[in-house]
Write a protein that binds this ligand. Structure first.
Ligand code: PMM
Length: 272
């Protein structure tokens, strides 16, 4: 039997003034670099650097400004041997980030927001995370109508896979993400998690990004601070691991690292 493997931990580093859970904390490049190093010390396997908030209603950022935010941070972290992904929907930013040392492009629009992205992803040779996306989040829950959310997310992502491969992206470089919270209401997020195997059935590694999202806040007492979503996030990391996820994207790396260490110990205990 193959050894069970634990998912990679992708630590979130938002170099933005306005992300929903940590907006502004790491906007200064030195603070961002220090936080990236801290995420790795806490157990992150890769650091996801983003310069544009995807929160509903957030200001759109031009690629020039986004590049100015992320490239110095990526160069410094990658220069120290840290694996870095860039969280961007812009082809120009993805290209600059790969040039600076990023080896994963994390595109929440799966190439839909910028028609040049597929070509850049193909020519860069980077890994490419294609997340399920139905458009910019002008309003919360926009485009969230589904007959069967797990089937539609899988089919819509598969259509993106075909388009990306057609544009020259290597199949072996693709990673899929159900896009929790993006045009999905709370019950739809839970259904996607509970039916993760249907997305896995496409045969690509799957990344799960549940960290601190609103559907977790909805389970907590009203007005609970956003950090209280870190415990439910860590529980989801374990359940996603058991469902075979390739990676989890989280803000609180320590909690997920400890939770996955427990799962790892449990798994080796079960092998005697
Ligand atoms: N969620 C956010 C941003 N980027 N990328 C991927 N691949 N998957 C996600 O679920 C995802 C993402 C939400 O914003 P945050 O950085 O403020 O958590």
């Amino acid at each position: 039997m193959p050894e069970p493997t634990l998912p990679l931990i992708m630590g979130v580093l938002n170099v933005t003034p306005d992300s929903f859970s940590d907006g502004g904390r790491w906007f200064d490049p030195d603070a961002a670099i220090a936080h990236g190093l801290e995420l790795v010390a806490q157990g992150a396997d890769l650091v996801d650097v983003g310069g544009e908030s995807t929160r509903p209603g957030a200001a759109l950022v031009e690629p020039d400004e986004e590049i100015r935010r992320v490239v110095p941070v990526i160069s410094e972290l990658a220069g120290r041997g840290i694996r870095v992904s860039v969280d961007t929907m812009h082809a120009a930013t993805a290209a600059a980030a790969v040039e600076a040392g990023a080896d994963v492009i994390n595109d929440v629009s799966a190439g839909l927001a910028d028609t040049a992205m597929a070509r850049i992803a193909a020519s860069s040779g980077a890994y490419y995370v294609a997340m399920h996306w139905r458009g910019h989040l002008g309003v919360v829950d926009s485009h969230a109508d589904y007959d069967d959310v797990a089937r539609e997310v899988r089919d819509e992502l598969f259509a993106r896979v075909e388009a990306l491969v057609e544009a020259g992206v290597a199949r072996e470089r693709l990673i899929l993400d159900p896009g929790l919270g993006f045009s999905k209401r709370a019950p739809q997020n839970w259904e996607l998690l509970g039916r993760l195997d249907e997305l896995q059935s496409l045969g690509f590694p799957v990344l799960v990004g549940a960290s601190r999202k609103r559907f977790l806040g909805a389970m907590l007492p009203e007005g609970a601070p956003v950090e209280e979503r870190d415990l439910p996030t860590a529980v989801i990391s374990v359940l996603a691991a058991q469902a075979g996820a390739w990676a989890v994207r989280v803000h609180d790396v320590t909690a997920t690292r400890r939770a996955l260490d427990v799962l790892g110990a449990w798994q080796s205990g079960s092998r005697g």
